[in-house]
Write a protein that binds this ligand. Structure first.
Ligand code: AMP
Ligand code: GLY
Length: 432
């Protein structure tokens, strides 16, 4: 079958890498892809917000499966475009429709969904420009730290956590009255601060049945020891020791099942990933957020641990047969470090030549993200440039391979965190 992956990041390179291993995959296209996906698939330049153009490409190229990587086309309604078209309706596409995607597209919607279906989450209230004064009073009634969340999509930057009341008020005013995050900040959710350790849990559902993929921990801050501004993600590890069977059982019973039941009760069709951002607070799971796609860079640590054929998994999802799917997971550890352009997540250069990509090392995979091929050179073309994954039978051995491979790659001003996984190694003997 011919397969199309939509997106251009490390996550999409990881999807392409895994799908390539399926005997069912004939031609593989990535739109628009990057220099890495071009090595194993065919990059095509499509405007992923132009669903007519995507639909025409799918028909003209006899595509039998579409995987939507990022959230924007999902929130924009790409899946609804397919289901409303006579020509496209029968073509399997992985991702929720626009209503399901609102779980990520609106924090206010997702909070209301969690409350309605009894899913554990921090208490919250939503405010608008008109209720700014009430929002100030509300902040005054809370203890720091204050958590402010822009309602809409803000490229991972819409959450502000502040210890200072005046700063929180000023941030709130900037969001509600000065368009700090554009329309995404027209509503702001003020949420209880949850003190704990984070975990990313990945579920794939056909709307009724589900499979839980390996969990991961993401490293969001630019600096070591979780300092500095938030990024799209600087590294990931899987498995995560505190996600032991007892905790994962709580996650399944208190979060996963009520979420999927809630989708059904609310009449929200959903065939795709649900990425649940959780806080483990005193051994209890609390949902911080839903995403309606896989994580980046978590995918680069999760997929190398999935032994099952990904095309089979997607077809079982499309055919509502996930209850019969046998998901096989490798017990090895995967650790991923993201190599970023100097300056990221603020201003950074593009167009620097990357060296060391050709050096293949055992048990490591180099997933490309912000890269571009120009003649025989691979150039940086984004903030997060590469994601290097190492596999081993312990976290230490996976990290050793990851960092050995990372150290053989270079370009002008390359930067990466050297402490991925270290917090977990410190915590390992310290049950939560
Ligand atoms: P999000 O964009 O929702 O993933 O939030 C970004 C980051 O803010 C999360 O990864 C958490 O580290 C942090 N965060 C979000 N909500 C809370 C909360 N209620 N309490 C503590 N930290 C939070
Ligand atoms: N790594 C976090 C995300 O993909 O949203």
């Amino acid at each position: 079958m011919n397969i199309l992956i939509i997106g251009s990041g490390g996550r999409e390179h990881a999807f392409a890498w895994k799908i390539r291993q399926s005997a069912q995959c004939e031609e593989l296209f990535v739109a628009p892809g990057n220099a890495g996906t071009d090595l194993i698939a065919k990059n095509i330049s499509l405007d992923n917000e132009n669903f007519d153009q995507v639909g025409r490409f799918v028909i003209d190229n006899n595509i039998g499966l579409v995987i939507v990587g990022p959230e924007a086309p999902l929130v924009g309604g790409i899946v609804d475009h397919f289901s409303l078209s006579d020509d496209l309706r029968s073509i399997p596409i992985i991702g929720p429709g626009q209503l399901g995607a609102t779980l990520e597209g609106s924090k206010d919607f997702s909070k209301a969904f969690m409350v309605k279906h009894g899913i554990p989450t921090g208490t919250s209230q939503t405010f608008t420009k008109e209720t700014l004064e009430d929002a100030y009073r509300h902040l005054e009634s809370l203890e720091p730290p204050y958590v402010l969340k822009a309602d809409g999509l803000a490229a991972g930057k819409g959450v502000i956590i502040s210890n200072n009341l005046n700063e929180a008020k000023s941030e709130l005013a900037q969001m509600l009255t000065e368009n700090k995050f554009g329309e995404a900040g027209d509503k702001v959710v003020i949420e209880e601060y949850l003190d704990g350790i984070e975990l990313s849990v990945f579920v794939i559902t056909d709307g009724k049945n589900y499979q839980i993929l390996p969990e991961a921990k993401d490293y969001k801050r630019i600096g070591e020891n979780d300092e500095g501004p938030n990024t799209g993600g600087m590294g990931a590890v899987s498995p995560v020791h505190f996600a032991h069977p007892e905790f994962l059982k709580k996650v399944e019973e208190q979060v996963v099942i009520p979420t999927i039941d809630g989708l059904q009760k609310d009449g929200i069709p959903y065939k795709g990933f649900i990425f649940i951002g959780l806080m483990n607070k005193g051994g209890e799971p609390y949902v911080i957020e839903y995403n309606v796609r896989m994580g980046d860079p978590e995918t680069q640590a999760v997929l190398p641990r999935v032994k099952s054929d990904l095309v089979d998994l997607f077809m079982a999802t499309w055919n509502s047969q996930l209850d019969q799917f046998k998901l096989e997971i490798d017990s090895s550890y995967a650790t991923t470090v993201v190599l970023v352009a100097g300056g990221y997540p603020d201003k950074y250069e593009k167009g620097n030549e990357i060296s060391g990509l050709e050096l293949e090392q055992a048990d490591t995979i180099i997933f490309q993200a912000g890269t571009k091929q120009v003649d025989d050179k691979t150039l940086t073309n984004g903030g997060r440039v590469l994601a290097v994954t190492g596999l081993g039978n312990s976290m230490d051995s996976a990290l050793e391979k990851t960092y050995k491979a990372a150290s053989s790659i270079s370009w002008k001003d390359m930067n990466y965190r050297h402490d991925i996984g270290q917090d977990l190694i410190r915590l390992e003997n310290d049950p939560i």
